[in-house]
Design a protein around this ligand. Structure first.
Ligand SMILES: NC(=O)c1ccc[n+]([C@@H]2O[C@H](COP(=O)([O-])OP(=O)(O)OC[C@H]3O[C@@H](n4cnc5c(N)ncnc54)[C@H](O)[C@@H]3O)[C@@H](O)[C@H]2O)c1
Length: 314
């Protein structure tokens, strides 16, 4: 089996590439090292992949590649590449989001038309929902993103669907709910909180810390991709979440217990684009894909803390 993983040097793409190699796939990885966070971290993510003879790394942007050529013998496309980050997506930065999240997705789908790709699995996001009227968030809710990032991820989903409808390209969108674990991006809360507690630095919380999130351990998200690949489904959107509904304040308490130190917390005003709560109904993924999260928040956080300690001491 041959797979293409876009964004293979990133947090989720690197773990997914490793898992596919374990399953015996030949993996082509594409990543252009966009400068949202340091390239050194992405090089670290790539390290276990680089030496594998079944892994081919292409360090270019999806926007500048001959994708027809790359997709020649590819069976499955795992499209993880994107400009991530909700707060960063306002103002002039939006162009980076339209290029890497919308245009790059359209170019990839367009190239699939001339290929024998069996399925495209698209990394979507809970941010497509915005602030819903009632929780849990269901795929049948009307998506109304409250950030430009969410708009760009929703556009990607729509592109997947319309290329399915019009050109028969099988594509599934997995709406990830806040993924965490080793290699988590440095701009994400658990990574920032852990480094701050370890180094006696202040943690900044947007709002009163009572906002809740459904956190998903990265292995569960990777498993969802494998289940989506294997499933008979040819189209559709799926919530992929961990099942926790935890306040930011409670997450800090768990981190304090794991690290054995008190956090220094400062609350500042809520940021534009942040939703108040996320909590997923994952019954569709359970029914159609057999998805069930396996890793508890505490267990997953212990692994992330262990990883941050190991890289901080390098
Ligand atoms: N981490 C989360 O909690 C989360 C939640 C919801 C959705 N997602 C989605 O999951 C995917 C992976 O997220 P992540 O947290 O691993 O982010 P990440 O930033 O660590 O990885 C994304 C990678 O894509 C690469 N990339 C971006 N544009 C590219 C392009 N045009 N061509 C080639 N490479 C390109 C970047 O260099 C980066 O290494 C993204 O699509 C993101 O929107 C993530």
């Amino acid at each position: 089996m041959n797979s293409l993983v876009t964004g293979c040097a990133g947090f989720i793409g690197s773990w997914l590439s490793e898992r596919l190699l374990e399953l015996g796939h030949e993996v082509i990885g594409v990543d252009c090292f966009i400068d949202y966070y340091p390239r050194g971290m992405k090089e670290m993510n790539l390290k276990p992949l680089r030496g594998n003879e079944n892994f081919l790394f292409i360090p270019y942007s999806l926007l500048n590649l001959d994708l027809n050529e790359i997709l020649k013998d590819v069976d499955y496309v795992f499209h993880q590449a994107a400009q991530a980050g909700v707060r960063h997506s306002w103002g002039r930065n939006f162009g980076v989001y339209t290029d890497n999240n919308i245009l790059a997705t359209q170019r990839l789908l367009e190239a699939c038309r001339n290929s024998d790709v069996k399925k495209v699995i698209y990394a979507s996001s809970s941010s497509v929902y915005g602030d819903v009227d009632s929780l849990p968030m269901k795929e049948s809710d009307l998506p109304r993103p409250v950030s430009p990032y969410g708009v760009s991820k929703l556009a990607g989903e729509h592109l997947c669907h319309l290329y399915h409808k019009n050109y028969g390209i099988n594509s599934m969108s997995l709406r990830y709910f806040t993924i965490y674990g080793p290699r988590q991006r440095p701009d994400m809360a658990f990574n920032k909180f852990t480094r701050a507690i370890l180094n006696d630095k202040e943690i900044t919380i947007y709002g009163n810390g009572k906002q809740t999130r459904d956190f998903t351990y990265v292995d569960d998200a990777i498993e969802a991709n494998i289940l989506a690949m294997k499933s008979q489904q040819k189209d559709g959107v799926y919530n992929i979440a961990g099942g926790s509904k935890t306040t930011v304040n409670d997450c800090i308490k768990i981190l304090e217990e794991i690290i054995g130190k008190k956090a220094i917390v400062r609350n500042i005003e809520t940021q534009k684009g942040d939703v108040k709560h996320t909590y997923a109904d994952t019954s569709r993924a359970a029914k159609d894909l057999g998805y069930k999260s396996k890793v508890s928040l505490r267990e997953g956080l212990e692994k992330e803390v262990e990883w941050i300690k190991s890289i901080e001491s390098v």
